[in-house]
Design a protein around this ligand. Structure first.
Ligand SMILES: NC(=O)c1ccc[n+]([C@@H]2O[C@H](COP(=O)([O-])OP(=O)(O)OC[C@H]3O[C@@H](n4cnc5c(N)ncnc54)[C@H](OP(=O)(O)O)[C@@H]3O)[C@@H](O)[C@H]2O)c1
Length: 312
């Protein structure tokens, strides 16, 4: 891995502050939500970075981008997660395979051949509560065998992780129920605030403003392997709604459903707790302590309120 040169990041998964106005980008679906947030962190920390618009399954194009940019590090936030949601993947299986399996593997392999570190944003939607991991019990660790492939989206995320694990240059970050301090249509808080009924099951979640600086730390230090990329502690949808009501939308109201949900979704959804001990310990080594999911959400929602007030 290169270490003497200044770091230079090449990022796949779109959104560029250079070409698209920030406010528009944060409300434009399909433009690379996590990529945009990662680019803001790279910008705010003064890191050189380039956004690539090529398809990650296109080997020649990816290799040519690497030759053009000469990165020290590559970040992959490109992936098919479905629009408006992962049900899309059930009816677009080949497109989903192309991005989530072929594309992810191609990028990892190109980076391996070029001696480059790759940070890959994967998914935690590969587990579901079971007898050994019930509500309130132990969380899934990075070594537990994935047990949820009932949705095609999850199937592709399990498959790509199984392949990428064999690349010694790859850092895999398992994102789960991501929440950010914005009003992007893909932000879970925006989706939740629009539903009439919500499920109420404890889950792990990635409160991105508190986690993405950690992703950068891991990449800067050439860390590799798999990490559950979530905050300590679980939260239910009701707890999110209560915090949103407190900080952002005082008139918010909701009710819960459970089994009825199955009838309106094409693909089953998973519920799980992740064990984030490995991530917490590693980030602590670099002087970065992760806040609990509740603390991180409160901070994020205060920023959403400020954003709303600034917009009038
Ligand atoms: N947000 C979540 O709930 C969540 C949860 C867990 C994991 N993740 C994972 O995190 C990653 C980023 O998610 P996100 O929320 O930022 O999604 P997003 O807003 O949909 O951004 C993904 C971007 O990747 C691009 N893309 C898809 N396939 C590509 C390919 N083959 N080559 C190049 N670009 C491609 C998409 O462009 P096109 O639309 O033009 O294809 C889109 O701009 C995804 O892999 C997702 O599965 C997300």
């Amino acid at each position: 891995m290169p270490s003497e040169r200044a770091l230079n990041f090449l990022i796949f998964g779109k959104y560029s502050l250079q070409y698209i106005h920030h406010e528009i980008s944060l409300t434009f679906p399909g433009n690379g939500w996590i990529s945009g947030q990662m680019q803001e962190i790279l910008r705010s920390t003064g890191h050189q970075h380039t956004v690539s618009y090529v398809r990650i399954e296109n080997r020649e194009a990816v290799l040519s981008e690497i030759t053009r940019v000469e990165p020290t590090h590559v970040i992959n936030t490109a992936g098919a997660r479905g629009n408006p949601n992962m049900d899309w993947c059930e009816t677009h299986k080949q497109e989903t395979i192309r991005s989530n399996i072929i594309g992810a593997a191609n990028l990892a392999d190109c980076c391996f051949l070029k001696g480059l570190h790759l940070t890959h944003f994967g998914s935690g939607c590969i587990y579901d509560y079971d007898k050994s991991h019930p509500w309130g019990g132990p969380g899934y660790t990075e070594e537990d065998e994935p047990n949820f492939t009932k949705s095609f989206y999850s199937y592709t995320k399990v498959t790509s992780e199984k392949i990428l694990r064999h690349y010694p240059n790859v850092l895999i970050l398992r994102v789960r129920n991501p929440i950010a301090a914005d009003l992007h249509p893909k932000n879970m808080i925006v989706k939740l605030s629009q539903y009439e009924k919500i499920v109420n099951v404890p889950n792990s979640g990635s409160i991105l403003p508190s986690l993405l600086p950690g992703a950068l730390l891991l990449a800067e230090n050439n860390e590799t392997g798999v990490y559950n990329f979530a905050n300590p502690g679980t939260f239910t949808h009701n707890e999110i709604m209560e915090l949103l009501k407190k900080h952002v939308w005082p008139s918010l109201s909701w009710s819960n459903f459970s089994e009825e949900q199955r009838k309106i979704l094409q693909a089953p959804r998973s519920n799980l707790k992740m064990d984030v001990t490995k991530l917490e310990k590693k980030l602590h080594q670099y002087g970065y302590d992760l806040p609990s999911s509740h603390e991180a959400m409160e901070e994020a929602f205060k920023k959403v309120k400020q954003l709303q007030e600034a917009r009038g």
